[in-house]
Design a protein around this ligand. Structure first.
Ligand code: C2E
Ligand code: MG
Ligand code: MG
Ligand code: MG
Length: 287
């Protein structure tokens, strides 16, 4: 094999490839242990209705506290979990935990959970969700799921059946990272979405004319299709003002709050007297 190409080449590339494979194998091993040892936690980031100046709910974002490496980003470990067959059990843990934690919040607050396409391969996903709701005693109307466009490329009857069961249960369905995938606009009507999340890549450069045109189109589309719309990744007051002017009143982003650990959130909800959260949208930059 590569040996015949000369010693230099062979020796130069092989260790690097091995290092990559080895790191990946180690991550897989660590991830299996993480499931057993429950090294996961959920952080929560608020959705803000900027017009009414209230927090309407929180998105659950998975965190992994690796014993040696510290906090590992979901962008790094979720693809690995999906590949090595661990996403179903991690996803079930997320659902269980998010429902239980949200059940302790004021009842007007919703919780939004990201679902991996891999979880939809299980035709029992809707049962898993309903069981988590029942165990937590959380009303199904308070749960929302977020899926990305890649899920719909599977063209599977199971995906549609599961999403329709969610809808029939009163569970909200958001299309996450809208505009970044490859799906057709037709999916918006074929699948029972009730909310579009404008991806943060569009929110990031509102100075760009074409970018702004896309945002306007998405907001117009959501209105025409009777879907609600939320912008993610809002980091500045200027972005908030522009989006609000364009008719997008719900937002999420570091400007309002970074994702917070569950216990910190619970304390915060208590300190503001639970009830209707008059959470000031200017105040909690580092809520
Ligand atoms: P996402 O669902 O689109 O979540 C938004 C991501 O943007 C989060 O990153 C959040 O922390 C980050 N973000 C929020 N506001 C801002 C902002 O103003 N500026 C910037 N630069 N970023 C902001 P995070 O928590 O690292 O999660 C990354 C992705 O991992 C998520 O993207 C989601 O696709 C996936 N993910 C997270 N938790 C779960 C989970 O429990 N299950 C599954 N299947 N996927 C998850
Ligand atoms: Mg999301
Ligand atoms: Mg998103
Ligand atoms: Mg995103």
């Amino acid at each position: 094999r590569a040996k015949s190409e000369g010693r230099g080449t062979f020796r130069f590339f092989e260790p690097d490839m091995d290092a990559g494979l080895e790191a990946r194998r180690q991550l897989e091993l660590d991830l299996r242990l993480a499931v057993e040892n429950e090294e996961f936690a959920l952080f929560y980031q608020p959705f803000v209705d900027v017009e009414r100046q209230v927090v309407t709910g929180f998105e659950a974002l998975l965190r992994w506290h690796h014993p040696q490496r510290g906090l590992v980003s979901p962008a790094e470990f979720i693809p690995v979990a999906e590949d090595c067959g661990l996403m179903a059990s991690i996803g079930a843990w997320v659902l269980e935990t998010a429902c239980r934690q949200a059940a302790a919040w004021p009842s007007e607050l919703a919780v939004s959970v990201n679902l991996s396409p891999v979880q939809f391969r299980d035709p029992g996903l809707a049962d898993i969700v309903e069981a988590a709701l029942a165990r937590a005693g959380l009303a199904s109307e308070r749960l929302r799921v977020e899926v990305t466009e890649s899920l719909l490329l599977q063209h599977s009857a199971t995906v549609l059946a599961t999403l329709e069961r969610f809808r029939d249960q009163g569970i909200g369905i958001s299309m996450d990272d809208f505009g970044t995938g490859y799906s057709s606009l037709g999916y918006l009507s074929r699948f029972p979405f009730d909310k579009i999340k404008i991806d943060q890549s569009f929110v990031r450069n509102l100075d760009d004319r074409e970018n702004m045109a896309i945002i306007r189109a998405v907001i117009g589309l959501s209105r025409a299709m009777d879907l609600s719309v939320i912008a993610e990744g809002v980091e500045t007051a200027a972005q908030r003002d522009i989006l609000l002017r364009e008719g997008c009143r719900e937002m999420q982003g570091y400007f309002f709050s970074r994702p917070k650990p569950a216990d910190e959130l619970a304390r915060m909800l208590l300190s503001i007297g639970c009830g209707t959260t008059e959470a000031d949208v200017d105040m909690p930059r580092e809520m």
